[in-house]
Design a protein around this ligand. Sequence first.
Ligand code: NAP
Length: 479
Amino acid sequence: MPDVPKQLFIGGSWVDAADGATMPVDNPATGEIICHVADAAPQDAQLAEDAAVQAQEDWARTSPRARSEILRRAYEIVLGRTEELAHLVTSEMGKPLAEARGEVAYAAEFFRWFSEEAVRIEGSYGTLPDGRIRMLLGRRPVGPSLLITPWNFPLAMGTRKIGPAVAAGCTMVLKPAPQTPLSSLALAAILKEAGLPDGVLNVVTTSRAGQVCEPLLRGGRIRKLSFTGSTAVGRLLIAQSAEGVVRTSMELGGNAPFIVFEDADLDVAVDGAMTAKMRNMGEACTAANRFFVHRSVTEKFAQRLAARMGALVVGPGTQDRVDVGPLIDVAGRAKVEELVADAVERGARVLIGGSTPKGPGCFYPPTVLTDVDPSSRLMDTEIFGPVAAILGFDDEDEVVHRANATTWGLVGYVFTEGLNRALRVSERLELGMVGLNTGLVSNPAAPFGGVKQSGLGREGGRVGIEEFLEYQYLAMPVR
Ligand code: NAP
């Protein structure tokens, strides 16, 4: 395992938790403990917040070019360490090395993208309609920000928040998921090497998320919360943010519909399904959760998908030729098992997979279920595992209605060769993002985010930096 710091990163220094506590980091492929990292207590988070608050004024005054160049250097360092970082991600999170390399490239790209955005923060100058007042409209950083990330893309979820915060001139306290703290600690070391001033980024790894974060959100000094994780936790954090009127960006859960019309190219649809379902072992907010396939092609699509899923090699992510790594932990796998058992009880047919292998590690096989009953729990629960649940449908109105019949609205996928139908259906779907004849939408240059209970705000794209910027309007009489 690559050598990364195991301490908290506060004010530019590596320090132990005040009470000396540590927490274990497991390898989900073996269940073995890889190492221990510092386990921050609330007083450590206060020190991290102090450092961020103290650094804010000077950091906001740095030139956009200086901030841009730090991000550019960090981009180059991350890419230059692709192998090392990929091994790190695989060892703490489980995804196969090939996917981990892909995540490193994706993560680095957020640094490059926001290094380019840092120098394009614009204001405006004009006269108000009555002709008596000049309006100078400027932008300023929102201020010290709390960033909370999940375990499923431990590098990329960090850079997707750190990139725009650095570009905008915000200081940060980053709290990564306890399953995957090492990637965030590695990022902190890289940013320090790239020249990020002390105190701008602080990282607190902790097993006590609630105790550590709530005082920060309620304390009045943190001005921004950027959270990626489940809708349940997001809702709680929005409530905690209300007291201090903290600005929030929320990237929450999904329940993606994957719609295949009768005129779809089935090769393209099956390829898209493999990506939308199997990227990250299905542990992605963008993972296709409900496959709606026109009844005239349901069986054909299901059989072809089962053949492709059945050919995947399951095993530890570090081994060559492995396509599917372990799930994150025992609890994550137990949830998948329960959802499959429930669907089967309600009449689903198992075409492939469906039973947990014996042995160490949190492995679950690629699984295809068809004839899934709409009342099955997995229709309204994020599966977060390699399970494709297929249902037939008869017409366009019906499928749009069923796709929208959920509280989530992150992403969906539509497969059809008809241009008008593709656009008509997409416009009717209550989703922040739609993949048209593709199973992949994520790209640092595009605005990522959802509607309904999938979130607030967007990450990436031209609008990503806006989440970390405020307006300031100066009024000046014309004289
Ligand atoms: P989670 O349980 O909501 O946890 C996410 C993060 O929030 C973790 O760091 C977690 O730390 C922390 N957290 C939990 N309770 C907290 C509290 N009371 N105060 C402060 N922090 C708290 O989600 P997860 O299981 O790690 O990740 C999977 C979820 O993330 C899925 O729903 C997925 O769809 C979503 N996700 C969304 C996107 C997107 O962009 N929309 C991207 C990736 C993932 P602890 O584990 O210590 O509680």
